[in-house]
Design a protein around this ligand. Structure first.
Ligand SMILES: [Zn+2]
Ligand SMILES: [Zn+2]
Length: 334
């Protein structure tokens, strides 16, 4: 049975999943040909079952014709049934690894990539994310919902197919918890959202703004942890992605596509992680949902683990110049 254990020396919860064992695929494997992708509609090696889908009216679960779908993750990290686990004693707290774990297959065609999908399709994908996140967050006892997109084996991708993973758990995400705590202190001291505040400064200075549109802004964070780390934030304050306004999703799809294309052009298709940071509570004035894109260009060495600070050889201001050039070239080509 999987189990959460609280690190008594810090804020992290560790998910212990002994049944999973060591899977060879977790350490890199041969990429499958697109027509053999286990997430393709025609695949015989079923990954599933289907939980929800965007499909033509009148077609049924399991039928072909779907455009986007959610499948139960074949290697569930958490148990979908609440289980009794003793909470442990003061220094050694633990919790049942209860929750929800699914794969969102973003397109039936394995050869598509986030940046090659038409904006209309990507908008539909973002809307599907929103629905799935809202449902996962509404499950009893859920404290955190994490949407992650891994691209490339070095970034942890298991499939060569456009997909995301959704994990809903009863414990907090250490990084989001840290952001929440710092942002709550900022709100208490200054009466405003830390993210809105930073965004206002970044837009005024322009130095670290990669690109922007009416509804979203992409920036290289001041203290970027990795080279070319890029965040996308909504201009208008909102704490939970579950309530993002539909009419802003096409703008998010466009900006996200442009940013991923620029990163691919500048860095020749690096592996990357795209993470959604959101809280499950709606209407919080002190937290602001955002996307964090982290290219995997450097190996996290023992030093990073040992010190807790990341060693980044690239100034965000330099990364921004490269990305802006790549964006300008996209415009020339278009
Ligand atoms: Zn805000
Ligand atoms: Zn964040």
């Amino acid at each position: 049975m999987p189990l959460f254990r609280k690190d008594p020396f810090g804020r992290a919860w560790v998910l212990l999943s002994p049944e999973r064992g060591l899977e060879p695929s977790a350490f890199g494997s041969v990429p499958s040909a697109p027509e053999r992708s286990p997430l393709s509609p025609e695949s015989k090696d079923r990954v599933g079952p289907e939980i929800a889908a965007v499909r033509p009216a009148g077609s049924h679960s399991g039928d072909a014709g779907w455009r986007i779908r959610a499948l139960a993750h074949p290697a569930q990290l958490v148990s979908s049934r609440p289980t009794e686990v003793d909470a442990g004693v003061e220094l050694f707290q633990q919790a049942a690894a209860y929750g929800h774990h699914e794969i969102i297959v973003e397109h039936p065609d394995a050869r598509q990539r986030l940046e090659t999908m038409p904006v209309e399709h990507l908008t539909e994908v973002l809307r599907f994310y929103r629905e799935r996140i809202a449902l996962a967050a509404a499950r009893p006892g859920i404290a955190h919902v994490q949407l992650t997109r891994n691209v490339g084996r070095a970034a942890g991708a298991v499939y060569d197919h456009p997909y995301a993973q959704l994990l809903a758990v009863p414990v907090t995400n250490r990084w989001v918890e840290e952001e929440v705590a710092v942002a709550a202190a900022h709100h208490a001291a200054h009466g405003r959202c830390l993210f809105c505040h930073v965004l206002e400064r970044e837009i005024a200075a322009r130095e670290r703004v990669v690109t922007q549109n009416d509804a979203y802004v992409a920036i290289a964070p001041f203290a970027s942890k990795t080279p070319f780390e890029t965040w996308i934030l909504p201009r208008h304050h909102g704490s939970s992605f579950a309530t993002v306004a539909s009419n802003t999703l096409p703008a998010l799809a466009e900006l996200l596509r442009a940013v991923v294309r620029a990163i691919n052009d500048a860095l020749d298709y690096p592996p990357y992680n795209l993470m959604l940071h959101t809280v499950v509570e709606e209407g919080r004035p002190d937290y602001h949902w955002h996307l964090e894109l982290l290219p995997r260009l450097t190996n996290q060495a023992g030093f990073d683990w040992g010190t807790g600070f990341f060693v980044n050889p690239t100034l965000p201001e330099d990364a921004v110049r490269f990305l802006r050039e790549a964006l300008a070239m996209q415009e020339v080509r278009a």
